[in-house]
Ligand binder design. Structure first.
Ligand code: NAP
Length: 549
């Protein structure tokens, strides 16, 4: 358990929508951030009126970001500024000043958020309250706003500035110089996971300084900071009301933070696992693995780790001798494109993973990285359960990447006769040679496909991403006409649940298996490897199905 807060950020254009969102947010939030800048101007007065007539269960954090940079920079108006700009700036000023006046009178506001450039003007004694200023507060408004808990915030929407530590020190010294502020918030945009290191270090520094802080690493690579922050002393973590309604990149929904990641139950001793890949936003693994940790009531969490540069990640965040921060990592699921490149970082590799030439599971023991492959068993178990004996069964494998390696290895151990179909024969040659199987060309374009004949095979397995939600939406590795006569089609894709290839199999009256069975089976073996406990299949499957729906 930790003392951090979940803050749901609501952003609505109309007053009615705002009230509706607040009512829903109250169920999960400790505090609700109202982004008043999201309201369209004509809804402003009505929103405040409705907020004042509403009985709240939770308190508000009021935020009023500038709608444009004009509010910050156009005052006092210089000679060269056009009339049009001046008018726009004036309008923005009036909107914001009016907004802060209303916020100061709003009941139930416990916190306010000021961007640093604004608050410096607001709070320094040299600041003159005149009508040309960005802020024009009466002393009464000034007094009322200062009676709230104040978060001073700095946002870097493009990157992580090199001097982010100095930014923190500057904000800290402003507070020491007497500026009224209770919490420092610094948000930076991250593109790769190691970009998050400086922002995480701020959390460590603030703890030493006894300074309340909200460090935010925006973007998919920063998601883990939003999940682990509270456990390491962050004042709060921002959450989206619903998936798809994020008010900042990488925000996690409040429901997921609470029910999937259990962020308020985590602490500094929590064992951290994660999915290593370059597109973790589509991964089901956090849902499946956290369901297992929750079932066993373990102090463990599984987080998305969006990694582009694997070497840097291992060096700066994992290996005890070189890492810059320590997150208590205990293991990883490894996915595209790191299943092969992880091997050079391992201290130990299991024999079957070595033979497959790909690792999808890492267990960290005393700082050493141990590599395994659970894809092979995860693939073969559902197949054996559906098909039975695979001895001498002819199997067509479409695709020749990392997943194909595990499938071919597993099929060979069962005595199946495998043929690979790949679009690039040169690239697939090594795989075919490694496993001593036949290799044929898969024609590249859709209208060429019927030329590929699968009729001599009993089973077809798709190991390409064709049909996967996103870039390959709607694509199929084969059409019904090519599948006729097969005994089974096995598609490794699991999003969507019914893939285009499975629909083609239905048309050809061929039984099929989707990729979810493999996903769960390989994850169960990972759980057993990491925790030594039997994995709860029912809970893990339910979590995946819920997410898929
Ligand atoms: P990978 O290493 O990138 O291999 C993908 C293979 O598909 C490569 O041979 C690639 O050919 C081929 N391919 C890509 N686009 C193609 C296209 N348009 N037409 C024909 N072939 C194409 O990826 P992976 O790790 O093997 O994973 C493949 C898929 O399996 C992913 O979608 C993944 O989600 C899924 N998977 C599912 C599970 C599960 O548990 N259900 C487990 C593992 C993987 P080139 O080499 O010519 O690019």
């Amino acid at each position: 358990m930790n003392n951090g807060k979940i803050c749901i950020s609501v952003c609505a254009e109309t007053a009615d929508e705002l009230i509706e969102q607040i009512k829903r947010a109250e169920e999960l939030a400790d505090i609700i951030e109202i982004r008043f800048d999201c309201l369209v101007e004509r809804e402003f007065d009505s929103a405040f009126q409705k907020l004042n007539n509403f009985e709240y269960k939770k308190t508000f954090l009021a935020t009023l970001r500038p709608k444009s940079s004009l509010a910050m920079f156009a005052c006092p108006f210089g000679e060269n500024v056009s009339l049009e700009i001046k008018e726009k700036a004036k309008k923005e000023q009036t909107f914001r000043n009016n907004g802060w006046h209303k916020i100061s009178e709003l009941k139930n506001v416990s916190h306010i958020d000021f961007e640093t450039d604004i608050q410096t003007e607001f709070f320094t004694t040299e600041f003159k309250f005149d009508e040309n200023s960005v802020y024009f507060f009466s002393e009464e408004v000034d007094r009322k706003l200062k009676s709230k808990q104040i978060i001073i915030s700095e946002h870097f929407f493009d990157n992580v500035p090199e001097n982010v530590a100095q930014q923190y020190e500057a904000m800290k010294s402003e507070i020491e110089d007497g500026i009224k502020s209770d919490v420092i918030k610094i948000a930076v945009q991250t593109d790769d996971i190691t970009d998050t290191i400086p922002i995480w270090k701020l959390l460590e520094k603030a703890k030493l300084d006894d300074q309340q802080i909200i460090p935010i690493a925006m973007g998919e690579s920063g998601k883990w900071t939003r999940i682990l922050g509270l456990a390491h002393g962050a004042f709060m973590t921002y959450a989206a009301l619903d998936s798809g309604k994020e008010t900042a990149p990488g925000q996690v929904s409040a429901k997921d933070l609470t029910e999937v990641y259990r962020v308020k139950e985590l602490d500094e001793n929590t064992e951290v696992y994660g999915i290593l890949g370059n597109n973790t936003s589509v991964s089901m693994s956090p849902y499946i693995h956290n369901a297992a940790f929750k079932f066993h009531n373990l102090n463990s969490v599984f987080v998305p780790l969006q990694v582009n540069d694997l070497d840097e990640f291992i060096k700066r965040m994992v290996k005890p001798e070189t890492r810059e921060i320590d997150l208590n990592f205990k293991g990883f699921s490894v996915t595209i494109p790191h299943k092969q490149s992880i091997i050079k970082h391992l201290d130990f590799i299991d024999e079957s993973a070595q033979k497959i030439g790909a690792v999808n599971t890492v267990k960290i023991v005393d700082g050493k990285l141990h590599g395994y492959n659970t894809d092979a068993n995860g693939f073969i178990e559902p197949l054996k359960n559906t098909y039975g004996d695979l001895e001498n069964v002819k199997v067509a494998i479409v695709g020749a990447g990392g997943a194909a390696r595990a499938c071919i290895y597993a099929l060979k151990t069962q005595g199946a006769i495998v043929t690979i179909f790949a679009r690039d024969l040169e690239k697939a040659k090594t795989l075919a040679e490694d496993f001593e199987v036949d290799l044929r060309e898969l024609p590249k374009t859709k209208d060429q496909r019927p030329k590929t004949d699968f009729k001599e095979f009993e089973i077809l397995v798709n190991t390409t991403p064709l049909g996967m939600k996103g870039k390959f939406d709607g694509a199929s590795a084969a059409i019904a006409e090519q599948l006729e006569g097969l005994n089974l089609v096995y598609d490794l894709i699991y999003i969507p649940f019914q893939t285009p290839l499975m629909t083609e199999a239905d048309k050809a009256n061929v039984p099929k298996i989707g990729g979810l069975a493999m996903l769960i089976a390989q994850a169960m073996e990972q759980q057993k490897n990491w925790t030594g406990l039997d994995a709860p299949m029912k809970e893990m499957s339910r979590a995946a199905l819920q997410k898929l729906k």
